[in-house]
Design a protein around this ligand. Structure first.
Ligand code: GLY
Length: 346
């Protein structure tokens, strides 16, 4: 093994005894014990976090905990915005994006436009731990997954196929596709995603973001989720952030990196999430131009949490769920614009 590979291998050894050398100052924070968080409310929150908390609370590995929790939504065909059962691209093909980042090594991995593999975050973890790369996309990502023993399967469930078909049949009155007389599918273009962030008992931080991306996207389009600094960012001295919603806005603000850097400069996770939403509104020229939504969640190294979205229906605050030594809790965040027509973002 050449010396560079040996160096990388040592860095990626889980348990990470190698401290990250950094001259970036962050306020020391007191750890309250392990915490695992996901960007959803009561129902999904409990389902998703239970296996991860089970691992973390028994002193298991942080990366195993966030991976197992993220796998819950990836494998659930009822969720149409992540993994198996996700809504497909405009050609009816499911293409998945996912990323992972581990604080102690500052290492990361991601896959994008990955077809046929139900658990893209597990493939992203292998990119991080078993290669010298960060992003692997498309056919290359599928081949890489196959080499690691993943099965290629049809990810388009009947439920997702029918919703996609309804979208296609209603696209235009100038083509040859007719919707059925009793068409009642909700074919809104969802960008739901899930972020799972965690801290272990040694105060190490990690995160995952996983999604099927924008429904009916142009084949090959990737959003913010697989891009480190956009849909996910982790800094072991500060905390972590993850985004859901319209990925293009998160990409052009380096959203998750922005939030973590705001936290480094003293903002609470809640203030940092709100600052990103405000930045997105500002770069779009103000509230009147916002015809999309984004939601951001953050976890401080001390276990504090934050959540904000750009707009919601009145009183419909965005939520996250988290599990710590104090049990399972749901946290209500804030929104910056009230809009009664807003769709659920994830
Ligand atoms: N945030 C998910 C996406 O835009 O693909």
């Amino acid at each position: 093994m050449n010396s560079r590979r040996k160096f990388i291998k040592n860095l990626t050894a889980v348990g990470a005894t190698v401290p990250l050398v950094t001259n970036i100052q962050a306020k020391p924070k007191k750890n309250k014990g392990p915490v695992i968080l996901c960007s959803r409310g009561e129902v999904w929150g409990e389902k998703v976090l239970r296996p991860g908390w089970d691992i973390l609370s028994k002193n298991g590995k942080l990366l195993d905990a966030i991976e197992k929790s993220s796998n819950v939504t990836e494998l659930d065909p009822e969720d149409t915005s992540v993994g198996y059962g996700g809504l497909p691209n405009e050609h009816g093909v499911v293409q998945l994006d996912a990323s992972i980042m581990y604080g102690p090594t500052h290492n990361c991995g991601s896959v994008a436009a990955l077809e046929g593999i139900k658990t893209p975050c597990s493939v992203a973890r292998l990119v991080m731990e078993r290669t010298d790369h960060i992003h692997i996309v498309g056919k290359g990502a599928q081949n890489f997954a196959k080499l690691h023993g993943f099965k290629v399967e049809n990810l388009l469930t009947d439920k997702a196929r029918k919703i996609w078909l309804s979208w296609k049949e209603n696209l235009s009155s100038k083509d040859d596709w007719f919707p059925p007389a009793d068409n009642n599918y909700d074919d809104n273009r969802t960008t739901g995603t899930i972020n799972v962030l965690g801290i272990d008992a040694d105060s190490n931080v990690a995160g995952i973001t996983t999604t099927s991306g924008l429904a009916y996207k142009i084949p090959g389009r990737i959003g913010d989720s697989p891009i480190i600094g956009a849909g996910l960012y982790v800094d072991n001295e500060v905390g972590a952030a993850g985004a859901t919603g319209r990925g293009e806005e998160i990409l052009r603000t380096c959203g998750s990196f922005f939030v973590v850097e705001q936290m480094r400069n003293g903002k609470s996770p809640q203030e940092a999430c709100e600052a990103l939403c405000q930045r997105i509104i500002d770069i779009n020229g103000g509230t009147k131009n916002i015809n999309f939504n984004d939601k951001i969640v953050a976890l401080g190294k001390d276990g504090s949490v934050g959540c904000a979205s750009i707009k919601e229906r009145k009183g419909n605050n965005p939520k996250l769920a988290y599990w710590s030594n104090d049990g399972f809790k749901v946290y209500k965040g804030t929104y910056l614009i009230e809009d009664k027509s807003v769709d659920y973002v994830g």
